[in-house]
Design a protein around this ligand. Structure first.
Ligand SMILES: Cc1ncc(COP(=O)(O)O)c(C=O)c1O
Length: 439
């Protein structure tokens, strides 16, 4: 090589269009929950690449599945031929995901293409042109998925015609001063009652924990009450579990915490354990409403489908939803304990291994995005990888691999508490973070 670091070569070779960087991390290898940085330092990954590396890195089950699928490659697509891994994956998802209708599975590459397909198919199949979704929601980075998102990072992108955005039920910053969500439900019903709106809305997109919007956990029962409301108006519920599904919330599906079953479930990220695959499960009247309607050449390819099958069977066989539940509780408790004397931690919340730590100006609930950016930078210096999210960019997001151990959770909590303290004391300067975009 020419003596330049990976960071230097990256700057000159890779487009800024897809960089959301918080610190200068150059990864050369990974194993389990650990990443190896250029130079050999090991870091505990508390992000799992935004939730994608659900089994951690270099997991033997994933290795084997991909190697076997490549050794006798059953085509490269599902468009004009079928293959066993794709069919088995669809069958497995129909088995795992509750739902009584006649249902089908669509396979894609990412959360973005999956949500985009749903946003196109539902209005056409139901002949209801409008869509409801939550402010703060991040449903993807393609035009169609951005058009139904309410995240500030996508301001300026043209929205789906007739999109109705409503506030997310946030107990820490409640709509109408009602942390239980009753005032918000009344607001939504009021919108649906206006001039036949309820009959025009085909579906309601919901994240059962709003992740990029700030790792917000809705008040208990809110989504099931919202689902009842949607049912009354004939509106389909779409659960986007791309980041917080498949074991991460301490159950296989996040909606199980809420005691309702969505009409349509969207999965991605952790489904492939680091390989690109997404899936949508939904009623055949939507999923079969047209042929050759939403497809990309490599959809349903046997390599990624095999990886997803390996991820699902490992989650089941190794009890990883249970591990996420147990270790997630330890992580939340330890963070609370280690930060109990810190006035700049406003809220610690989460389910399983989907956890948010909201940073505020001392003793207030005013968001502190500067502290969040400096904290994640300091955490990287101290040996842990995590990022910040939220509509105010002030929430530390933890979505580690589902194999995280209790001792790793304890190290994580100590490191995060130390990073907050150091950043608060001014150990990270504005210059240190000025090269990094963050959100
Ligand atoms: C809830 C949710 N949905 C969809 C997406 C888009 O997924 P992808 O970036 O894999 O296309 C994301 C990505 O952050 C997400 O968090």
């Amino acid at each position: 090589m020419d003596g330049r670091t990976l960071q230097e070569r990256d700057r000159q070779a890779l487009s800024a269009l897809q960089k959301l960087r918080f610190f200068p991390l150059s990864v050369t290898a990974g194993a389990g929950c650990m990443l190896v940085e250029e130079g050999g330092r090991q870091l505990l990954d508390l992000s799992a690449a935004w939730g994608a590396a659900s089994l951690g890195y270099a997991h033997p089950a994933l290795n084997l599945a991909v190697a076997e699928a490549m050794a006798s490659q059953a085509g490269a697509s599902i468009l004009s031929s079928t293959n066993a891994p794709a069919v088995e994956l669809a069958e497995k998802l129909l088995d795992l995901v509750p739902g009584s209708d006649d249902r089908r599975v669509w396979l894609g590459h990412s959360g973005s293409d999956a949500n985009e397909m749903v946003a196109r198919a539902v209005p056409e199949a139901t002949r209801r042109p409008r869509i409801m979704a939550f402010s703060g929601a991040y449903h993807g980075g393609t035009l169609g998925s951005m058009s139904i998102s309410g995240h500030f990072a996508q301001e300026g992108v043209e929205k789906h015609r007739g999109l109705i955005l409503v506030p997310y039920p946030d107990p820490y910053r409640p709509f109408g001063d009602d942390p239980g969500g009753g005032a918000l439900l009344a607001h939504i019903e009021h919108l649906l009652q206006a001039e036949g709106t309820g009959e025009e809305v085909g579906c309601f997109f919901m994240e059962p924990i709003q992740s990029d919007g700030g790792m917000i956990v809705p008040p208990p029962g809110f989504l099931s009450r919202l689902s009842d409301l949607c049912r009354r108006y004939g509106i389909l519920t779409v659960c986007d579990e791309v980041k917080v599904g498949l074991g991460r919330p301490g159950r296989l599906n996040c909606f199980e915490h809420e005691d309702f079953t969505p009409d349509i479930l969207v999965l991605g990220k952790g489904l492939g354990g680091g390989l690109p695959i997404s899936a949508v499960a939904g009623p055949s009247r939507i999923m079969d409403h047209a042929r050759a309607y939403s497809m990309q050449t490599l959809h349903g390819n046997p390599i990624c489908a095999s990886a997803a099958l390996a991820v699902l069977s490992t989650i089941e066989a190794d009890g990883l939803a249970g591990n996420a539940d147990t270790v997630g509780r330890v992580l939340i408790e330890e963070i609370m304990r280690a930060t109990s004397s810190t006035e700049c931690v406003g809220d610690v919340r989460g389910r399983g291994l989907a956890i948010g730590v909201e940073l505020v100006k001392d003793g207030t609930s005013e968001p502190n995005p500067d502290l969040a950016r400096k904290t994640v930078f300091r955490a990287w210096q101290l040996g842990a990888v995590l990022y910040s999210v939220g509509m105010h960019s002030n929430v530390l997001e933890l979505t580690p691999p589902l194999i995280l151990t209790e001792s790793q959770a304890k190290f994580a909590a100590e490191t995060i508490a130390q990073a907050i303290k150091d950043a608060h004391m001014g150990l990270v300067g504005d210059d240190d973070i000025s090269d990094f975009t963050g959100w």
